[in-house]
Design a protein around this ligand. Structure first.
Ligand code: HEM
Length: 401
């Protein structure tokens, strides 16, 4: 191994805290890493990552059933994620995605603006009740916004929100490129419980439908293209997991990065509409998802390396988003950048279903927080990133207002 290869160590806390200098070297000196043992082909340049995310010869982010079994075994975690749309290829994927997609179109979520705004204001009222001046913005605000929005859409009662958060965090192994055996044991336990709760809620809707997405999905089951019981449980669990986890990190990462760049924060203070640009630039600069995989369905080649069927190819989004051949001053946080071509929502048929919703939630959260708290500042010196390679987010974000 050369020095530059050892610089890429997804288990090293120093690397995880600030991976960007290593990515910069990798793009220049070793843009493709072939790990025969895993087996994984890691990509660091924007062009390669974009190609991998879009090439139809590369399939589901989760791999074939064999790859999934190698990573997760055959327990509840493999069953949950392996039945979800994320694990499918067309045409099965097309049918599963279509079943839920109407609720997530740009038009459908645009109509939710007022509702989301009311949730944001309600949460900020709660957290500052009684004149409270300091709080943990990541866990008390950024987490509660997306979980209450997605659970509200599905009709999941509030009493389940906190339990879902723990279960989904314990489930991290399902999207980790190389989960440890301990992570898999934890994910099996969490997936089992998660699927039981969702199956219970679906059974309730079968008896007594309500005005929520879960009832719609249950009603569609008898129609052409409807989901099977297991698909319904898996896709609803995926929506909850995908719906809150990355959006929570996006809100926290945007506020934190603005606080670290006061000149950019001033731009949002002067014109709250600039919050949308701040969110988009954070998606590029501190993406909540560091890397995203694809499985090789037909042989491909990257940087002169042939990658055989059955391998995983991983696009390191965090590196692609700082590629100097695509972005001017890539290490600068500039919220006025015109539509940065980041890869944070993936590409092609699996492109993030919730991207319009995530953007609206984060924009309204950032805009409201900045406007309501003109004295917003960090309330601690040491802010730590999560000890997780793939999820880029903060452990806590203590702020004073
Ligand atoms: C900042 C927030 C978010 C980020 C960074 C993010 C990122 C991603 C990524 C990278 C993918 C895989 C794309 C691919 O394979 O090409 C994905 C897929 C997905 N996301 Fe998101 N996501 C976010 C928010 C959401 C929200 C709010 C929801 C829904 C409530 C959601 C639902 C989904 C679903 C269902 C998929 C699977 C799509 C498929 O397989 O067809 N995501 N997301």
């Amino acid at each position: 191994m050369t020095d530059v290869a050892t610089a890429f160590n997804i288990f090293d806390p120093v690397f995880k805290a600030n991976p960007y200098p290593a990515y910069c070297r990798l793009r220049a000196e070793l843009p493709v890493i072939i790990d025969q043992h895993a087996p994984i082909c890691w990509l660091f340049r924007h062009a390669d990552c974009e190609e991998a995310l879009r090439d139809p010869r590369l399939g589901s982010p989760l791999g074939s059933p064999e790859v999934l079994a190698r990573k997760l075994g055959e327990g509840p975690a493999a069953c949950y994620i392996g039945t979800s749309m994320l694990a499918r290829n067309p045409p099965q994927h097309t049918r599963q995605r279509r079943a839920v997609s109407k609720a997530f179109t740009a038009k459908a979520v645009e109509a939710m603006r007022e509702q989301v705004m009311a949730k944001v204001n309600g949460l900020l009222d709660e957290v500052t009740a009684g004149g409270r001046k300091e709080f943990d913005l990541a866990n008390e605000v950024a987490y509660r916004i997306p979980i209450s929005v997605v659970c509200g859409m599905l009709g999941v009662p509030t009493e389940h929100h906190d339990r879902f958060r723990s279960l989904i965090e314990e489930n991290a192994a399902v999207v980790e490129p190389m989960p440890t055996p301990e992570q898999v044991v934890m994910a099996d336990k969490a997936s089992g419980e998660l699927m039981d709760i969702v199956a219970g809620l679906a059974a309730e809707r079968r008896v007594e439908p309500r005005d929520d997405l879960l009832s719609v999905l249950v009603a569609q089951q008898g129609e052409e293209g409807g989901l099977t019981d297991q698909e319904l449980v898996a896709d609803v669990s995926l929506l909850i997991a995908a719906g809150f986890c990355s959006t929570m990190q996006l809100i926290g990462n945007t506020i934190y990065t603005l606080l670290r760049h006061p000149d950019q924060l001033d731009l949002v203070r002067a014109d709250p509409a600039a919050a949308a640009g701040a969110v988009e630039e954070t998606l590029r600069y501190e993406p909540p998802v560091m890397s995203w995989p694809r499985s090789v369905l037909e042989p491909v080649s990257f940087g002169g390396h042939d990658v055989p069927v059955g391998w995983m190819v991983i696009a390191v989004i965090g590196s692609a988003n700082r590629d100097e051949t695509v972005f001017d001053r890539p290490d600068e946080f500039d919220i006025t950048r015109p539509s940065p071509r980041h890869l944070t929502f993936g590409g092609a048929v699996h492109y993030c279903l919730g991207a319009p919703l995530a953007r609206i939630e984060a924009e309204l959260a950032v805009r409201t927080i900045v406007t309501r708290f003109p004295d917003l500042r960090l309330a601690a010196d040491d802010i730590e990133w999560l000890d997780n390679f793939n999820v880029r987010g903060l452990k806590e974000l203590p702020v004073a207002v």
